[in-house]
Design a protein. Structure first.
Length: 387
C-alpha cells in the first residue's frame, strides 16, 4: 500500500509539472511592421507565434526552440524576403526542434550563393501545412542530418525564379524521411519540382505538373535511391523541359542504403512532342538491387517507362491524354466513356506499407478520402461509382 501511494504521488507531481509547463506556454502576436525576429527571441519552448495577415517585408528569423508553432491568422500573411535573409540562408531557419509552420506564404528568397530558401530546415522534425512558397531560389531546403524528418501537407510551390542557379521548388537533403501529401508544384526553371536525397520518401496525392510555361528538368527525382512510395499523384512534364525523365531514381548512385521504388496509381503526362521517360530507374548505378513495383499507372503522351516484365500485367497503360476528361484544363480524371475504367489491380502492400490509395488529390491543394472499394482504375483518380 505504501508503494502504491508513492507511485500515485509521483504521478500527481508529474501531472502538476506538466500543467505548469502548459500554463507557461504563451501566444505572441506579430502584426505587419512588427519584428518577427524579436518574437522568436522572446518565445520559449512550447509557445505559439501568430503572424497576422498582411505583408511582412524583410522579416526573417531563426527558430531554435525545441518546440514551437508559427501560424498565420486572419488570412494568409506573406513573409516577403525583400533582400533580407537569416544567416545568409533563408527567410526562416529551423535549427533543431519539433516545429509546426502553418498558413504562411514565403516569397522572394535570395542570397549571395543563389541557394536561398523560404525555409531552411536543418534538424529535428518540421511539419509544414497550408503554406505557399513563391518565387524562391528554393522553396524549402534541408540539411543532411540523418535523423531529421520533414512533412509537408496541403501547400503550394511555384514560380522558380529564372536566371538563378538550378532553383528547386523543394530540395530535401540526406535526412531520414520526407512525407508529401496534398501539395501542388508548378512553374519550375531548370531545376526540379521535387528533389529528395532522403532515405525514405512518401509522396502521396500531390500534383506535380510543371505547367505551360514551366521549364523544370525532373518533376520528381530521388538521386540516391532509397525507399520510395509514390502513390496517387499527377505528374506532368511541360514541352519546355530540359530533361525527358519525369521521375528519376538513382541517377547519382547509392551510399549502401536499401532501395525500393513503388509507383502506384499515378497519372504521368507528357505535354510535349519530345518522347519522355516516364519512370527512369538507374539500376546500373545502384548495383542492380532495386525492389521495383509499378501498378495502376497511366502513362499518357509520347514516351515509355522503365518497366519490368512483372509490371506489364499490373494495370499499367500507355495511352493518349484524350482518355482523361481534359488534361489541358487540369481535369485529370478518366473520361466517363474510357475503356480503362475498372481495369486496375489491387496493389496490395509492400514493406508493411499499404499501397492502395486511401485519398485523392483535391485542387487547388489538399486531399479528400476515397470510399472503400473492391475494384480499381488506373491513374490518380477513381470513378465515383465502382465498375
Amino acid at each position: 500500500m505504501k508503494r502504491q501511494a508513492r507511485v500515485t504521488a509521483a504521478t500527481l507531481l508529474a501531472a502538476t509539472l506538466l500543467c505548469g509547463l502548459a500554463a507557461q506556454a504563451a501566444v505572441h502576436t506579430v502584426a505587419p511592421g512588427q519584428s518577427l525576429a524579436a518574437a522568436l527571441r522572446l518565445a520559449t519552448d512550447g509557445d505559439e507565434i501568430h503572424l497576422l495577415a498582411g505583408e511582412h517585408r524583410a522579416q526573417v528569423g531563426v527558430i531554435d526552440q525545441k518546440k514551437l508553432t508559427l501560424r498565420g491568422v486572419g488570412g494568409r500573411p506573406v513573409l516577403h524576403a525583400a533582400g533580407a535573409s537569416a544567416e545568409g540562408k533563408a527567410i526562416l531557419v529551423v535549427r533543431n526542434g519539433d516545429v509546426h509552420i502553418d498558413n504562411i506564404e514565403f516569397r522572394g528568397a535570395r542570397v549571395p550563393d543563389s541557394n536561398g530558401a523560404g525555409i531552411r530546415f536543418e534538424r529535428g522534425r518540421l511539419l509544414v501545412t497550408r503554406c505557399a512558397f513563391i518565387d524562391n531560389e528554393n522553396g524549402i531546403l534541408t540539411a543532411n542530418f540523418a535523423d531529421a524528418e520533414l512533412t509537408v501537407q496541403d501547400s503550394e510551390f511555384a514560380q522558380a525564379p529564372a536566371g538563378t542557379q538550378l532553383p528547386h521548388l523543394l530540395y530535401v537533403g540526406g535526412i531520414a524521411r520526407v512525407t508529401l501529401t496534398g501539395n501542388r508544384f508548378s512553374g519550375g526553371a531548370e531545376g526540379h519540382l521535387v528533389k529528395s536525397r532522403a532515405r525514405e520518401h512518401h509522396v502521396r496525392y500531390n500534383q506535380l505538373v510543371d505547367g505551360a510555361g514551366g521549364r523544370a528538368a525532373y518533376e520528381l527525382e530521388f538521386p540516391n535511391g532509397g525507399l520510395a512510395f509514390v502513390v496517387g499523384n499527377v505528374i506532368g512534364q511541360s514541352a519546355g523541359t530540359s530533361n525527358p525523365a519525369l521521375l528519376s531514381f538513382g541517377a547519382e548512385g547509392s551510399d549502401g542504403r536499401p532501395h525500393a521504388l513503388h509507383v502506384v496509381n499515378n497519372t504521368f503526362i507528357n505535354f510535349g512532342l519530345r518522347p519522355a521517360i516516364f519512370v527512369r530507374v538507374h539500376k546500373d548505378k545502384l548495383n542492380g538491387q532495386v525492389d521495383q513495383r509499378l501498378a495502376n499507372n497511366l502513362f499518357l503522351g509520347l514516351g515509355l517507362p522503365d518497366a519490368q516484365l512483372s509490371d506489364l500485367l499490373l494495370g499499367n497503360y500507355l495511352a493518349s491524354p484524350s482518355v482523361l476528361q481534359d488534361a489541358e484544363l487540369g481535369q485529370f480524371t478518366l473520361h466517363p466513356q474510357s475503356l480503362l475504367r475498372g481495369r486496375g489491380v489491387d496493389p496490395g502492400r509492400a514493406r508493411s506499407v499499404d499501397l492502395r490509395p486511401a485519398f485523392e488529390y483535391a485542387a487547388p491543394v489538399g486531399t479528400h478520402a476515397l470510399k472503400p472499394r473492391s475494384s480499381w482504375s488506373p491513374g490518380a483518380f477513381q470513378p465515383q461509382t465502382q465498375e
